[in-house]
Design a protein around this ligand. Structure first.
Ligand SMILES: NC(=O)c1ccc[n+]([C@@H]2O[C@H](COP(=O)([O-])OP(=O)(O)OC[C@H]3O[C@@H](n4cnc5c(N)ncnc54)[C@H](OP(=O)(O)O)[C@@H]3O)[C@@H](O)[C@H]2O)c1
Length: 344
């Protein structure tokens, strides 16, 4: 399997390490991973015979700049080279998420699919803004589009909806879809601290980003919920259709009040039909011990589907961070090799 890695930040590097560490697992799956491209914004590595991953990982211990890697590193390597050579089977797209234009990832995914190359992506932007178009492109070109990483990384959310809910109508989707906000709310309750102190702790632990706005204002939850909704409920909604409220105004007094009643706040995203209308919202909600989300603790996430024929299904857990995110990409890659189809 010839693989191009596009984007070599936290998740890209973790993916390379996983392919190296899991080579026996991949071999048992019948996969011989030949990574012949690694592309960053200003150059990369191209080796038509396949990059020696062990050797590159050793090189990276001393060097940051992959364009100086002796076996194929160059400032001239870009995505265009893949389009010219056409010598890959799968593009793994891991460039930064842009929720307004979806670029550069959208163009990379579109052109790969048009060329008959499978794509697995970690990038929410293109899936949020152009899933239908990309789905049709994959279908018309007889290739797969793996998006398992885009709705919670390790949490099997979108793919369990596509594969394990096949044949049923999903009538509502609810979830605790953002580990950072879940961690902050729990810290406030457990340590009796104010929001800003809990946020700082999350940042110091590397759980929250330096600019935490997408997470704490609810937009990350809204994005994942929209992807789930559009893909699994065959909708075509945008962020403008979501009523979003984050956790940035929560106070310790709010939390202490909830604890008096044995309840906890969770940032819950919900898409459900009310009087025949689809309502999509993200709000901090009070939940008691009888609620399925009450025990979704720390950085954990959860998703719950209600369906007409398969009943209610809830999936809770999954590790967070760059390695679990990379592992969810590897999972899609293996499942594509096994012949599972994400395209109906
Ligand atoms: N971090 C997580 O835990 C996590 C979890 C799930 C999903 N994701 C998603 O996974 C993706 C990657 O995340 P990350 O944390 O690895 O991001 P990151 O550390 O910012 O890395 C992004 C990479 O994309 C490269 N890039 C940017 N523009 C490019 C272009 N035009 N052509 C080729 N490469 C380009 C960057 O290259 P330069 O460094 O040269 O600029 C960098 O190597 C994002 O979409 C993110 O939302 C992340």
């Amino acid at each position: 399997m010839r693989i191009a890695v596009i984007g070599f930040g936290g998740v890209g590097k973790a993916f390379l390490e996983l392919v190296h560490d899991k080579r026996e697992v991949l071999e048992a799956e019948g996969i011989n991973p030949v990574i012949n491209y690694i592309v960053r914004s200003q150059g990369g590595i191209y080796n038509p015979q396949g990059i020696d991953i062990g050797d590159l990982l050793t090189f990276l211990k001393e060097n940051q700049d992959i364009t100086t890697y002796p076996q194929g590193g160059s400032k001239d390597i870009s995505f265009e080279r893949i389009m010219e050579e056409g010598d890959v089977d799968v593009v793994i797209e891991m460039t930064p998420t842009n929720l307004e234009t979806a670029e550069p990832g959208l163009g990379f995914i579109r052109r790969s699919l048009e060329k008959g190359i499978h794509v697995v992506t970690a990038n929410k932007g293109p899936i949020l803004l152009a899933y239908k178009e990309l789905y049709e492109l994959a279908k018309n070109n007889g290739v797969q589009l793996g998006i398992g990483c885009t709705t919670g990384g390790a949490l099997p959310s979108i793919n369990s909806g596509v594969i394990d809910m096949a044949g049923s109508n999903i009538t509502s989707i609810e979830g605790v879809l953002n580990g950072t906000t879940n961690f902050i709310l729990e810290e406030m309750a457990d340590k009796k601290i104010e929001y800003l102190e809990a946020l700082k702790k999350a940042q110091d632990l590397g759980i929250a980003e330096r600019d935490p706005s997408l997470d704490v204002e609810g937009w990350d939850t809204a994005t994942k919920l929209l992807i789930l909704t559009n893909v699994l409920m065959q909708e075509d909604k945008t962020l403008d259709d979501v009523d979003v409220q984050g956790i940035q105004s929560m106070t310790l007094a709010d939390i202490e009040e909830s604890l008096k009643y044995g309840k906890r706040y969770k940032l819950i995203g919900r898409s459900s039909l009310e009087d025949g209308q689809l309502k999509i919202s993200v709000h901090p909600e009070l939940v008691g011990p009888d609620n399925i989300f009450y025990n979704v603790n720390g950085k954990n996430k959860a998703v719950r589907y209600t369906s007409d024929t398969l009943g209610d299904l809830t999936i809770i857990g999954g590790a967070s961070g760059v390695t679990p995110a990379a592992a969810s990409i590897l999972r899609d890659l293996i499942n594509i090799h096994r012949g599972y189809s994400y395209i109906r």
